[in-house]
Design a binder for this molecule. Structure first.
Ligand SMILES: [Fe+2]
Ligand SMILES: [Fe+2]
Length: 176
């Protein structure tokens, strides 16, 4: 990220990343007859990295913090991540896009909510916050596999969505 973001807190950084990724996603799938796959790939890469930052840096940090929420909070968010990652495997059909939009909206709201994990980061000391920001910026890209034909993988994706307690939104497919 550019230098204008260096003053932000870890919670602000992560919420800002949600907004950036939502914007990329919205623009990529704006025309479902002709999804912008280059933008969609940028969105996927960013979201994989965002999830890795949460699972490898944020959750371990919060777990050893006095204000740590219970394990069930982390378990739930990890199940959500499992569903989100599974939705990033197939080519973006109308159903995949509608379900991803719904799951991401709920998941991001939980993380950013008043009692959410991001707000807990605000109780970090300034040294801890600085270290978190350094770790966020140093987090590597996550290697991605090419998108797979929807019909080959959609059953696995649906099971991951179901396991996380979400409903897979079936839509008539407009894409060829
Ligand atoms: Fe997350
Ligand atoms: Fe997040």
């Amino acid at each position: 990220m550019s230098s204008e973001h260096t003053q932000e807190s870890p919670a602000e950084f992560l919420a800002c990343d949600h907004d950036r990724l939502t914007d990329l996603f919205t623009r990529a799938v704006e025309n479902m007859q002709n999804v912008d796959l280059a933008l969609y790939e940028e969105f996927r890469k960013g979201l994989f990295r965002h999830i890795a930052i949460e699972e490898k840096i944020v959750f371990p940090f919060l777990k050893q913090h006095p204000s740590s929420p219970g394990q069930e909070v982390f378990d739930r968010l990890r199940r959500d991540h499992g569903a989100i990652v599974a939705l990033l495997v197939p080519l973006p059909s109308a159903s995949v896009v509608a379900t991803l939009e719904s799951v991401l909206g709920i998941h991001n709201g939980i993380e950013e909510g008043t009692d959410g994990v991001y707000s807990l980061l605000n109780s970090a000391s300034s040294e801890e916050s600085q270290q978190l920001m350094e770790d966020f910026h140093a987090a590597p890209e996550v290697p991605t596999h090419p998108l797979k034909p929807t019909d080959q993988v959609i059953e696995v994706t649906k099971r991951a969505v179901d396991r996380a307690g979400y409903v897979f939104i079936d839509q008539p497919d407009m894409a060829s």
